[in-house]
Ligand binder design. Sequence first.
Ligand SMILES: Nc1ncnc2c1ncn2[C@@H]1O[C@H](COP(=O)(O)OP(=O)(O)OP(=O)(O)O)[C@@H](O)[C@H]1O
Ligand SMILES: [Mg+2]
Ligand SMILES: [Mg+2]
Length: 517
Amino acid sequence: MELESYPFYQIQSGFIFYPPPPFPVINHSLPPPPPPPPPSGLLLPFHFNPSLFFDMDHQRTMSLLQFVNDEGLVPSQEEEDKRKKTIHKLKKIVYSWIKKVARKHRLTKHQIAATSATILTYGSYGLGVHSQESDIDALCVAPFFVTIAEDFFVVLHNMLKSRPEVSEIQCVKSAKVPLMRLKFDGISIDLPYARLRVLYVPENVDILNPFFVRSIDDTSWKSLSGVRANKCILQLVPNVENFRCMLRILKFWAKRRGLYGALLGYLGGIHLAILAAYVCQRHPDATLNTLIMNFFRTFAFWHWPTPVSLQEGMLQTSVDAIELRPFSLMPILLPSRSNSYEYCQSNITNSTCYRIKSEFIRGHNMTRDLLKPDFIWDNVFQPFPYSKRYSRFVKIYLSTSDQRELGNWVGLVKSRFRGLFVILEELGGFCDPNPTEYVENEKGEANVVFYWGLHAGDKNRLSDTELIEGEFMKMIVNGYEGCDGRMKLSILIASQLPKNAQFDNETMKGTKRCLKM
Ligand SMILES: Nc1ncnc2c1ncn2[C@@H]1O[C@H](COP(=O)(O)OP(=O)(O)OP(=O)(O)O)[C@@H](O)[C@H]1O
Ligand SMILES: [Mg+2]
Ligand SMILES: [Mg+2]
């Protein structure tokens, strides 16, 4: 069978190929083909009865809302209050920090009184779609006189560190968006920094207003990207509440199907937010059920690597949008008010791209027929059965002697995972990086373990795990000093997986709260 016809065969037959067919070589220098025409409607029976259609749609929407409730996808009021309190405390800390820094820089009394800094939330919390496990993405927006190296990474860092509510604080200075990571009252916080050319930063500063972002530095512009994207998304969707509910469901679906986590080569919150918003824009009056059906239908038929964009015309009119497109198998354009073209960062590889597409097709096959008698939402959200799909697994065991170092070490290795995907794929392997993190309690040292599904085209080429481990280790330590973590890479057969990683339905449902992305 021709490779191009695989997706369509899969859609028609409902059969997903494991292992996958050989991957196509995609020529990224070509401009993308025009967006595909939408497929011709839902599968409706020959004698279509509109009232039956609306009844079924309504029923499915109601049972989906019940599912959202049963699974606790919306955080409780208590949880919400805790987060609000944390943000309030952070704002107060940042406020006293800015006064301190202003005095340090010997500003006049009048300037010290006038100056101010603030916290803007973005990410899933900013969009109003966070779950219990989500972090709070909080951008610290400061005035012109603040320096990142000293005032942010030393003065603010020390102020935060001395607070009893703060733990596990670390500076991530080398990231594209430099930030501090910490836990505040047990909630994970990502705290990047942006500097505006003003003395007074209003509490809810409108960063889409050109006045505030005039002549800002590059790092600040990048740090503002998340807030900008969130604001644009919320302005571009016709019904914010429907969008939020849909996105919560999609994030849950992606976690259950092992597709959530941008570092692992899958979809992050921002990718899913844009894909969901794209569908909402095209179906402004749709029910929740229809939105989810259309989500699967749209992306099961999508002609990747045609980019997904929320702003029509942006791709057609701009050569930049095509030329500046980074190498990506599934390009997704961040919405923007300015004429800049930013794409979501992506680690998607041939293997993960195949998995994501297969899951879109699976979702489409399961939801497309409104009259399917035995339809239940629970089936759509079944955990992905790794041990049934793969006979072999790559085990990545990460450990440190000091528990406090483990987070840094695992974070560093995860940020380099793309390199390992490439090594495995070059050796002919199809690799499915299950994002769930496990712990081997009996080991007596701080550790995190990953088990990735593996299909080895030629088993011999993948048998030299020491060589693979050595190559990957070189990539990890390249340009990075100061972390004495250890890594052990090995290949297991499915029966050697520990019980808690057997991936049968019950154990997977039990581990859903342990998913650490
Ligand atoms: N790969 C990426 N490309 C572009 N922007 C990104 C990317 N990853 C993260 N961001 C920005 O950082 C924000 C926060 O990312 P984060 O990883 O915390 O995910 P999230 O959407 O908040 O979901 P979660 O509930 O899992 O925290 C995103 O909303 C986005 O603005
Ligand atoms: Mg987040
Ligand atoms: Mg974050």
